[in-house]
Design a protein around this ligand. Sequence first.
Ligand code: GLN
Length: 286
Amino acid sequence: MSNTVQQWLQTARQQLAQFVPADEANIEAQVLLMHVLNVNRAWLIAHAKDPLAATPIAMVEHLLQRRLQGEPIAHILGAREFFGLPLKVTPDTLIPRPDTETLVEAALQKITGAMRVLDLGTGTGAIALAIARHAPRCEVIAVDASTAALAVAQENAQALHLNNVQCVQSNWFTALPAHRFDLIVSNPPYIETDDPHLLQGDLRFEPISALASGADGLQDIRQIVAEAPGYLNAGGWLLLEHGYNQAEAAQQLYHAAGFEQVQTLQDLGGNPRVTLAQWPTAPTHQ
Ligand code: GLN
């Protein structure tokens, strides 16, 4: 049995490297042990030669086995950091991804002053909470169709002391109060229902309702773009995350719905990831 910090990490790394890339295996082994010992990475390095007691070894071995069965690290830890915020994550929510930080940055660039912001399909609350933190004068409404997801978002809002976020159960716009927003943001499901990626990696453990959206992956984006004008103030913005190959389709939908200033932004990996547009500031007479 591996009995020092270093020895345990090495054995765990070798096992993990059989199904994730070597650098990720290294980080994952460290993260699991940090979680069980409640220490940071510097501690692991400084205490590499310390013996591990039987109880923490049993605990971390259990977590390692779960990971080796494919369970996402975010589910094992029950947490994931997004935009610098520590968030609770459960199997009822999408695991926040770095790609989505592009969406938050774009939203923050459009926000001036005390705007009313709507986040559709909030999941953990990641997008709504990041906006609420960085644009504290905004009033953010975070909606989700899933009560279980909404409970997680609510818990995250409370833990982060973000009082300018209100969680509302709603299937897209259906249960929203009758007022308009200055900015609507969403990371909706956008994967094609028969995409083989749904059967791989972390996605197998995430709610399918947060991932898949009809045969072309655009069912929800189509609905949101069509209905958003009824909930936007003149000059308001709609920002949507989408698949790497959906920018053109998203742009066409925006144009067809009457939006202006349509543009697409790339994520950190260089993929077209976010398309945004403005609802006209003055009525167009044609
Ligand atoms: N970007 C995620 C993925 O491809 C999907 C998230 C989503 O559907 N909104 O793994």
